[in-house]
Structures are given as C-alpha cells and as structure tokens.
Design a protein around this ligand. Sequence first.
Ligand SMILES: Cc1ncc(COP(=O)(O)O)c(C=O)c1O
Length: 337
Amino acid sequence: MSEPAIMSHREIRERIATLPRLDIALKNTPLEEARNLSRALGGPRIFFKRDDLTGVALGGNKLRNLEFRLAHAMKDEPDTVIVGLDLQSNSARQTVGACNKLGLKTILVLEGRKPNNVQGNLLVDYLLGAEVHFAADPREQRAMLDGLAEEVRSKGGRPHILNDNPMFDVASAVAYLEVTLEVLEQLAARDLAPDYFYMSSSGKGSAGIMLAQKLIGGFAMHAVCATAEFDLPSRTARIANETIAALGLDIAVTEDEVINTEDFVGKGYGIPSEAGDEAVKLVARTEGIILDPIYTGKAAAGMIAHIREGRFSQDDVLVFVHTGGTPAIFTWNELWL
Ligand SMILES: Cc1ncc(COP(=O)(O)O)c(C=O)c1O
C-alpha cells in the first residue's frame, strides 16, 4: 500500500498558480495507449503522454517550461531573448517559436559549427527567423552571450539572457509536476493509475514527476538520461528542492531516491545508439508514433530493455512521457533507410 497523498491536485495546482506564467503551450496533451507495442513486447500496459504535441514550432517538452521562464523574463520588459544552447537543441527551436508568439526577437548562440547541410532543429531555427551565431566551446559561448547582450543594449534594446533566468531549471520541474496531474487524471478517467513513469530527462522534468510522486504517491519515476555529463542524483535532488522552495512546499527530495539511468546514453550525448534506433523503429512501426534518436529513442530503449528483463507484470501501467525532439530524425536520415 502506498502512503496517503500529502496534497490534493487542487492544492498542488493552487501552488503552481502562485508563479508568474504565460500561455504558450498546448496543454492537456493526449494520453494514448500503445497496445501494439505492449503486444510486441509481451509486456505491461503502456501509455504515451504526447508532449510532442504541445503546439508551437513542432512542439516538445520545453514549451511548457517556457511559460514560466519567459513570464519571469517579461518582468524586465525585454525586446530580445538571447540564449546559448547546443547546435541541434530542441530547446532552442521551441524558445524561438515561443518568443515569436510573444513578439520578441531571439538571438541563438549555438555550440558547434554551422553544418554544410542545415537540417533538423537548426533548419527550423532559421525558418522561425532567429539570429543564429556559433560558438566553438562553452567559454566562447558565454562570452558571446554577454557581448551580444551589450550590443543590443548599446542600440537601445532590452536583452534578456535566458541562461541566467533563475527559473531556468525550476520551470521544467513545475511544468512536469503539472503534467503528472494531467496523466493521473487521464488514467483515472479510465479507472487506472500509473505504476511507473519513464521519461528522457537530465533531471529537470523528472524532478517534477518526483515531486508528484512524493506529494501524491503510488508510482515510481524512471528517468533515462541522454548525456553522461551530469551527476544526476545530486542534480535532480537539487532541482527538486529548489522547486519545493519556489512552491512553498514542506517536503524534501534526497539523492538516494532518484532513479535516473545513464545506461542508454551509448557513445555519448547527441550520438545515436543501436538500442535507441531500434526503439525508434519499433515504436514507429507498431504505433505510428515518431520518437527521436537522441532523447526519446534512448529513453524508450531503457523502458523496452526493462520490459524485456521481465521487471513488470501484465497489469502494470507504464507511462512513457514523449518529450518531443522529432526534428532530429531528419539530421540522421541514413538510420531509417
Ligand atoms: C526531446 C527532449 N527530451 C528530454 C529532454 C530533457 O529534458 P529535461 O532535462 O528538462 O527534463 C530534452 C532537453 O534537453 C529534450 O529536448
């Protein structure tokens, strides 16, 4: 038996409502049962939370957190948002889309070199009209962020460097605390409750689902990371505890409670893996749902490996949070031919 819930959904929503917020993403995204995938794996019930369908600029998980990040930024009435991210960042694409909706100019400083064949997220960044700069490494990227902000200021503009936004991490955790409420309510409408959540996360979104786990109980959060560059238990616990403080909650998350595996990263961040590519194909060919080889495919590979290991019973209910990232399939076109 799980512990009784500490807070009701209404009380949690009231706490979230104390934070400044804009309306950017399509929320209450569908929860879709993947019956063919379950059958193919001889496994538990699997539901996909379709957060790839959040609307703006091809959708994804970041639009939800941008509602809080940009609301915070708007206090200073910026006219330009400057952000430093990776070359093929989903976050960059969604940030430009969200800023377009708000009438803000976006300057991207992406780590990497401009490829000869511009594809995937980078192509969409250009289509959305972002001003795109490239930095060789994080040091140069930081210097360019500051330099570009100064340049905007010198021309009378009002820049906001999104990387310095205090809501940067907390916004994602709050967003996925709310997503968990959506999922619980969508399952309850079918007389079901979740046993396990799976999600690609480097500790921001998964921290939010962990908070829901603590506040409501009854399920476990399994995050699968796309990078090995973080100390995930401490990062996730830190973000969860910062979020607890931002929401004025009376709980704590410790490192030893965090389940976030690096086992499916493969050769490294941004490099497709055999297990991830197999998962992308399996989900596409059983359900018509498109994952990506960098984040969601690797997370699905983790879930599928655990199912194949026999960790779950037929009646268990698994929720896979589809965090988007689909434009990456076009940068890796040779994998699908
Ligand atoms: C498709 C996708 N999934 C998952 C993540 C990880 O999200 P977070 O670490 O915010 O939970 C990202 C961003 O880094 C992403 O682009």
